[in-house]
Design a protein around this ligand. Structure first.
Ligand code: B1M
Length: 211
């Protein structure tokens, strides 16, 4: 069994200890952290999603996979990104109200931190007003909103509206992301940018903060 197949099998079965051993073995074998993340872990979560949709996997099993994934990502975290500690800007990130998915949001946070951003992570199920208050409190340059459900996509717009109502829309850049979102949707709701993955989110954040 290849390293990737072994990682995939451990993640699919939600076996955190075995997954950690296998991720460490892959690193020892010289496989780059970014390859383990993209080809071993993220692609497996896509399969988990398909199995969840088709009824082959149930929520408790998916939660076990998510927990194992989070532990594996913690191991890779120091090995990803640019390791630049300068603060290039301050960014508030969170998953919008009604949405509990945080694996992708956490990856985006990690990439941003390692690109030199000061990041305030509000977690999941975040009320629009909480984003506004955090931006005020930390004088943030950017807000990154994550939504993983088609039912929570409208909350991206509602969160942006809260910035408009607070008179802060022109002083902060709002970036969005998450599996059901795309550039067309970002344009439709007037977001300042859309990123399909954590790497592009970090590039986009740097681009908007230096623009
Ligand atoms: Co949920 N879930 N889930 N789930 N879940 C999906 C999203 C789903 C596609 C599965 C499916 O049916 N195929 C489906 C949504 C369908 C839809 O809306 N069209 C779904 C559903 C239906 C649900 C529930 C409603 C199920 C139920 O209860 N019946 C429920 C909703 C709960 C809620 O949120 N209120 C639910 C619950 C859960 C769990 C709790 C079991 C668990 C989440 C655990 C956790 O996050 N801590 C879970 C999981 C794990 C998934 C799947 C399998 C995996 C998500 C994931 O972590 N992907 C997912 C299927 C899938 O996505 N393939 C699914 C890996 C992650 C690295 O990718 O999150 O896309 P992603 O993040 C990427 C990019 O999107 C981007 O960068 C990230 C890294 O590259 N990105 C950003 C994300 N945020 C960004 C923000 C940015 C920029 C980029 O800001 C600028």
């Amino acid at each position: 069994m290849s390293n990737h197949d072994a990682i995939m099998a451990s993640l699919m079965s939600g076996d955190t200890d075995q997954l950690i051993d296998r991720v460490n073995s892959a690193l020892d074998a010289g496989i780059p952290a970014v390859e383990i993340l993209n080809e071993g872990l993220i692609s497996t979560m896509d399969i988990v999603g398909e199995k969840m949709e088709s009824g082959e996997m149930f929520i408790p099993e998916v939660i076990m996979c998510a927990q194992a994934m989070t532990s594996a990502v913690e191991i890779l975290k120091p090995l990803l990104g640019e390791g630049d500690n300068r603060t290039v800007g301050t960014l508030v990130i969170g998953t919008v109200k009604g949405d509990l998915h945080d694996i992708g949001k956490n990856l985006v946070r990690m990439m941003l931190e390692s690109s030199g951003f000061g990041v305030v992570d509000l977690g999941v199920d975040v009320e629009p007003q909480a984003f506004v208050e955090a931006v005020r409190k930390h004088d943030a340059d950017i807000v990154a909103l994550s939504a993983l459900l088609t039912t929570t996509m409208p909350m991206l717009k509602k969160t942006m509206d809260a910035f408009e109502e607070a008179g802060l829309r022109d002083s902060v850049k709002i970036l969005i992301g998450g599996a059901p979102v795309n550039q067309g949707f970002a344009d439709e709701i007037g977001a300042d940018g859309y990123a399909p993955d954590a790497g592009s989110a970090s590039k986009l954040a740097k681009a908007v903060v230096t623009a």
